[in-house]
Design a protein around this ligand. Structure first.
Ligand SMILES: NC(=O)c1ccc[n+]([C@@H]2O[C@H](COP(=O)([O-])OP(=O)(O)OC[C@H]3O[C@@H](n4cnc5c(N)ncnc54)[C@H](O)[C@@H]3O)[C@@H](O)[C@H]2O)c1
Ligand SMILES: [Zn+2]
Length: 363
């Protein structure tokens, strides 16, 4: 088993990475729920695959546990589903000594996280991420949120879990496209902080795509450490944490343009966004062409897209970029590439280059 410790004062916690954690869930979580009541929040797919075993394991360990399965997909990050969770918690008479286990991908993690952050002004939360994206990214760092009709993640809070359990066994039931979706964030973490990890990814692409157990353990562990290091320094995104948005400025705009649909998954949009910003970084003289080539080659070998055949018009891209909640004074700031393993946030880039970079025409 590998362990990443996050030092955040009285909000410190560990991330455990291993196979078979769900089976032994009581061992790793019961101390956080002295009142013995736990609501497992999942979605209908993950609930069917792992929820029943999870609840049974909790009950065997003497906990009083129930499960609520929200519908699969982004739409569940809503006030309606949050309300359903609050009602279920109330019916179960969940108190301050009890808590929530979020069992699922980033959707469940964000929704259940917000429920835990707000019910009774905060009850214990355990994250059990089951997609690669949630194991390497969304379950680490304490961001929770739901969407409103005005935009994504508009209502949320920073709320750290008591422990994160990355059960590697859950990786084997993921569809290949969902798995690759998470690899985009894996590449991102390597690019922003760790060239030797980037080398490892380059040398082990086929093992990783085949979900070799040791490679999986290594990538989940390294990613949690990289993101954890950034979060330890800047928990609430006032400075350094912004580098985690590498590839996300244009990525988010593309996701919005595609209506957050299955046509373009988050990781796929981020992959195009990373490739685009790397090209612009080269054009603006921040990095070498070789760095852009390496990044694009790695993304391609993970079968991730690095461009759109036809980019949306500049007007359209601008509309979505400027709509991003992180944009202030109408001037979007990018995280640019300096070299593999090193990026810089807060840089303006010429908007005339945006569309061409999305089409892969700059380098
Ligand atoms: N909080 C953060 O810091 C943060 C960071 C990045 C992304 N996010 C959020 O995460 C969400 C995306 O997360 P996601 O990509 O995990 O999507 P998701 O939660 O929708 O899961 C993707 C699909 O995989 C299925 N699934 C999950 N685990 C499975 C398993 N083990 N086997 C088979 N199928 C499984 C789900 O049912 C779903 O259909 C977005 O809402 C995004 O905003 C949050
Ligand atoms: Zn992301």
């Amino acid at each position: 088993m590998k362990k990443v410790k996050l030092s955040l004062g009285d909000r410190s916690y560990s991330i455990l990475v291993s196979k078979g954690l769900i089976k032994d869930i009581c061992k790793y979580t019961s101390s956080f729920f002295p009142g013995k009541k736990v609501l497992v929040v999942s979605d209908t797919t993950v609930g069917r695959l792992y929820g029943i075993n999870c609840v049974e394991a909790l009950r065997k360990g003497g906990m009083i546990s129930e499960i609520i399965n929200v519908p699969v997909g982004e739409k569940s990050k809503s006030i309606e589903q949050l309300d359903k969770i609050f009602n279920k918690l109330s019916r179960l008479k969940v108190g301050r000594e009890d808590g929530i286990i979020a069992l699922g991908g980033g959707v469940v993690g964000d929704l259940a996280g917000l429920a835990a952050a707000t019910f009774l002004r905060g009850i214990s939360l355990v994250q059990v991420p089951t997609t690669l994206l949630s194991q390497v990214d969304s379950s680490v760092g304490g961001k929770t949120a739901i969407n409103t009709i005005y935009g994504k993640n508009l209502v949320g809070s920073f709320f750290q879990p008591r422990v994160v359990l990355c059960d590697l066994e859950t990786m084997f039931s993921l569809r290949q496209r969902e798995f690759r979706n998470g690899l985009a964030e894996v590449v991102k973490h390597a690019v922003i902080r760790d060239e030797s990890f980037f080398d490892f990814l380059e040398k082990n692409t086929s093992k990783i795509l085949n979900r070799d157990s040791r490679s999986l353990e290594k990538i989940v562990f390294r990613n949690c450490r990289i993101k954890g290091d950034v979060v330890e320094i800047d928990e609430t995104e006032r400075g350094l944490r912004q580098i985690l948005n590498f590839g996300h400025t244009l990525g988010h705009a593309l996701e919005s343009l595609f209506g957050f649909s299955k046509k373009l998954l988050h990781g796929e949009a981020v992959s195009i966004g990373m490739s685009a910003v790397a090209q612009m970084s080269f054009s603006a003289g921040f990095c070498e062409k070789e760095d852009v080539n390496r990044l694009q080659k790695l993304l391609t070998s993970f079968k991730l897209p690095i461009k759109l055949q036809k980019a949306p018009s500049l007007r359209e891209v601008k509309r979505y970029v400027l709509h991003d909640k992180k944009v202030r004074d109408g001037k979007p700031k990018f995280v640019i590439l300096k070299k593999i393993g090193n990026v810089e946030s807060g840089i303006e880039l010429n908007s005339q280059l945006w569309s061409a970079s999305i089409e892969g025409k700059l380098v």
